[in-house]
Design a protein around this ligand. Structure first.
Ligand SMILES: NC(=O)C1=CN([C@@H]2O[C@H](COP(=O)(O)OP(=O)(O)OC[C@H]3O[C@@H](n4cnc5c(N)ncnc54)[C@H](OP(=O)(O)O)[C@@H]3O)[C@@H](O)[C@H]2O)C=CC1
Ligand SMILES: CC(C)=CCC[C@@H](C)[C@H]1CC[C@H]2C3=C(CC[C@]12C)[C@@]1(C)CCC(=O)C[C@@H]1CC3
Length: 345
């Protein structure tokens, strides 16, 4: 009788491994002795020991080639939240994730770790110390969040001990760190255009910003804890720095660290949110004539002016999670990594 040889548990694939989080994850996995294949729509770097498979995750045949002899898959690919393309989010995050799960089953993959997002429960109003049992947002703040919800549900539902496929979802929040193409570049661009003078609301709203190494640590812990008898099977876990910080203090620390002035003047939250809503509607109405992308979208104003921080006690309890880099060290390391974005550079 032919016996199927189980692939080594240290052989993994990172879907989305060319992206910001994906590349940090790949680097740590290599450090830890894993053999890594990257599946991504683009190749953004080269590293000894990493095999790249270029393709769209909606293409099952392309995925199957990349998943040969792989026992563990990290799925951290998604279109960027800033793109407002509903059809693209649905195709990649929903249909694409279904394809990833089918390919994993066909290729005999045993474990799937999904990068979800804490924003799956965020509706634009305060969340303080939110736990994983909060209901999914009924009115998600954008298409990105709407499809991240469906994606997480699909992956958790696919967990099936009988069939030998174990799944878990990691929900990070506000990832930052070296090479992040979003947070620091957006912030610096806004400051350079002279638009970082104002604090929305009274500036006391607490938010989680999570250093990328902690997010990577949470993913690898989840992968290594994922066994049939483990309580983490089919569940979602918040992974944060566990140090909620005032949104505007965090922004100011980054700005001042890079040589820009911190915002000082306060504007009422409802006024700015109302204006952002108006601008957004205007941009929709005028879309056939002129294309403009307002800096102050309602989603960004909500993120900047409300509390949104999450408890990671479930991850601490079930997988022994503890952040490995403090917020202060993470901010220092991040600021040092962007010499080209310094004021006057
Ligand atoms: N950054 C953050 O603060 C947070 C991120 N997350 C989640 O973490 C994950 C990683 O985010 P991040 O590293 O910031 O994102 P990135 O955009 O840097 O990385 C995602 C990667 O996936 C690729 N990709 C997109 N579409 C496809 C596709 N159809 N097939 C194959 N590859 C594709 C992207 O390519 P391309 O760049 O060409 O599109 C990119 O290389 C995402 O799932 C995101 O939802 C969750 C919470 C917070
Ligand atoms: C915690 C979390 C989910 C962070 C996500 C990161 C981005 C959404 C932020 C990164 C830079 C931020 C930013 C603003 C909103 C939120 C971000 C895009 C503003 C547009 C808010 C209004 C301002 O006064 C300017 C800000 C620039 C930076």
């Amino acid at each position: 009788m032919a016996t199927r040889i189980r692939p080594s548990s240290k052989r993994c694939a990172v879907i989305g491994g060319s992206g910001f989080l994906g590349r940090h994850l790949v680097e740590k996995l290599l450090d830890k002795g894993y053999t890594v294949s990257v599946f991504d729509i683009r190749q953004s770097y080269e590293l000894p020991g990493v095999t790249f498979h270029l393709g769209d995750l909606c293409d099952k045949q392309a995925l199957l080639t990349a998943l040969q002899d792989v026992s563990l898959v990290f799925h951290c690919a998604s279109p960027a939240p800033a793109s407002d393309d509903k059809a693209l989010f649905q195709r990649v995050n929903i249909q694409g994730t279904q394809t990833v799960l089918q390919a994993c089953t066909e290729a005999g993959v045993q474990k799937v770790v999904l990068t979800s997002s804490a924003s799956v429960v965020f509706e634009g109003t305060d969340i303080k110390d939110g736990r994983e049992d909060l209901p999914y947002a009924k009115k998600p703040i954008d298409y990105y969040t709407e499809t991240k919800i469906e994606q997480e549900k699909l992956v958790l539902k696919a967990c099936d001990k009988e069939k030998g496929l174990l799944t878990v979802a990691i929900r990070p929040h506000g990832i930052f760190g070296p090479r992040d193409p979003q947070l620091v570049p957006i912030l610096v661009d806004t400051a350079r255009r002279g638009k970082m003078k104002f604090i929305i609301g009274d500036g006391s709203n607490l938010v989680d910003f999570t250093f990328v190494d902690n997010v990577v640590h949470g993913h690898i812990l989840a992968a290594e804890s994922l066994r049939p008898e483990s309580p983490i099977c089919g569940k979602a876990y918040h992974i944060t720095n566990d140090e909620p910080v005032r949104f505007w203090d965090f922004m100011s620390d980054i700005l001042v660290g890079l040589g820009y002035a911190a915002p000082r003047y306060h504007l009422p939250y409802t006024l700015v949110y109302g204006l952002a809503l108006l601008l957004w509607l205007l941009s929709l109405l005028l879309r056939p004539l002129v294309a403009f992308k307002p800096t102050f979208t309602p989603m960004r104003v909500a993120l900047a002016g409300t509390h949104h921080f999450y408890s990671c006690s479930r991850a601490k309890q079930d997988m022994g999670y503890k952040p490995v880099v403090s917020l202060k060290d993470g901010i220092r390391c991040t600021v040092e990594s962007y010499p080209h974005l310094r004021h006057g550079a």
